[in-house]
Design a protein around this ligand. Structure first.
Ligand code: SF4
Length: 379
């Protein structure tokens, strides 16, 4: 397959302040760094627009894209739409933070063709927001949803986190109730996972905080699955729920392994059967692209075995499951079926709710099996 991509991701590597659980590549925002970033990313667009593409989805994430100044946001959005060939019905998403968005930025996004906003709400409980180190409170989050809706954005998504130290089932239920009372079309629910290099990860290792019991966390997920369904949000992926027709096409393209290009420091790409990424450092990244060179770092080539592994750990995340033709692998899946972690119907394999709760363990076992099974590798 010749190099070609149909989805574009743009990473904006700035935040006003780092959240205590976050391990994404993000710098504290300042004007000089913003200027350097904009200079480099505009160059990166000039280089990459030459790769054959036709964009069906665009996603600007971070970091906090909405913390860019109106001037930089305008340069980024207008250069992007000018440089890349885009489908008329493109899904064009931008992540925003309630604290860094205003009507002027909302208007600019709308004028530049953005048609989906993803709001980092995380919780509607102020204590939990404070614990996580978020810069906004619950009222500001709710107000942001109302304002962007009034300004004409119909496709609104919010992110929520469960499994926060100190969070109770009651406070999680309250957060979900508030979420469905707002005009949102998509809800992502993520279990808090703390990497060692994060502030909360360090506190966890030092025994200063503890995570809720795993049974309670599982119950929060089960509750969210049932409650969101009752309120018209269909689960289409382990962590994602949407009203009909509002599933995130961009993320689906990742899970279906469609080719995409990532711009900006630390952004990952997949096309031409290769996975690669930009350096996760603004200065190294900028030094390449400002000089007119692509600074890609090669990760791996996707051969048949990698393709099979990716199909499983990406495709199986989706509720519709995947088709498995390899007999040996289907046999291997039968043990999970016996434990009611997945269902097999013909060649179609789908995770059950319990399987979704244990998805990481299941994926690890399947990948290990493929690695060590000569039949799976050859069939
Ligand atoms: S706003 Fe998002 S990207 Fe920035 S520190 Fe918080 S979680 Fe990380």
């Amino acid at each position: 397959m010749a190099a070609f991509f149909s989805s574009l991701y743009v990473h904006v590597p700035f935040c006003i302040k780092n959240c205590k659980y976050c391990s994404f590549y993000s710098l504290r925002h300042n004007e000089d760094l913003e200027k350097l970033y904009i200079k480099a990313i505009l160059k990166e667009m000039e280089i990459t627009k030459q790769i054959p593409h036709f964009l069906k989805t665009i996603y600007i994430g971070g970091g906090t894209p909405s913390c860019l100044s109106i001037y930089s946001l305008n340069s980024l959005l207008s250069d992007l739409t000018k440089n890349f060939k885009t489908a008329r019905d493109v899904e064009f998403s931008v992540e925003i933070n309630p604290k860094t968005i205003d009507k002027e930025k909302i208007g600019l996004m709308k004028a530049c063709g953005v048609n989906r906003l993803s709001i980092g709400v995380q919780s509607f409980n102020d204590k939990e927001l404070l614990f996580l180190g978020r810069i906004h409170n619950s009222d500001e989050a709710a107000r942001t949803v109302e304002v962007v809706y009034k300004e004409g954005f119909e496709n609104i998504s919010i992110d929520l986190i469960y499994g926060i130290p100190g969070q109770t089932l009651k406070s999680w239920q309250e957060t979900l109730k508030q979420a469905v009372s707002l005009p949102v079309k998509h809800v992502s629910v993520y279990e808090l996972s703390l990497e060692e290099n994060t502030l909360l990860g360090k506190e966890l290792n030092a025994g200063k905080i503890s995570l809720p019991l795993q049974d309670d966390v599982a119950f929060m997920y089960e509750f969210a699955s049932d409650f969101l369904k009752e309120n018209g949000f269909k689960k289409y992926e382990i962590s994602n729920f949407a009203r009909r027709g509002f599933e995130c096409k961009h993320n689906i393209s990742y899970w279906l392994r469609k080719p995409y290009l990532g711009l900006g420091p630390s952004a990952h790409s997949f096309f031409d059967k290769k996975r690669f990424h930009n350096p996760p450092d603004l200065f190294i990244y900028a030094s390449f692209f400002i000089d007119g060179k692509a600074g890609w770092v090669f990760d791996y080539s996707v051969d048949k075995v990698e393709e099979l592994k990716e199909k499983i750990f990406l495709g199986l995340r989706m509720t519709k499951g995947i088709t498995i033709k390899k007999k040996c692998l289907l046999e291997f899946f039968k043990d999970f079926e016996k434990e009611k972690l997945l269902t097999i119907s013909g060649n179609r394999v789908k995770l059950t709710l319990n399987g979704m709760l244990l998805s990481n363990e299941i994926f690890a076992q399947v990948l290990l099996h493929i690695e060590n099974c000569p039949v799976c590798k050859q069939e």
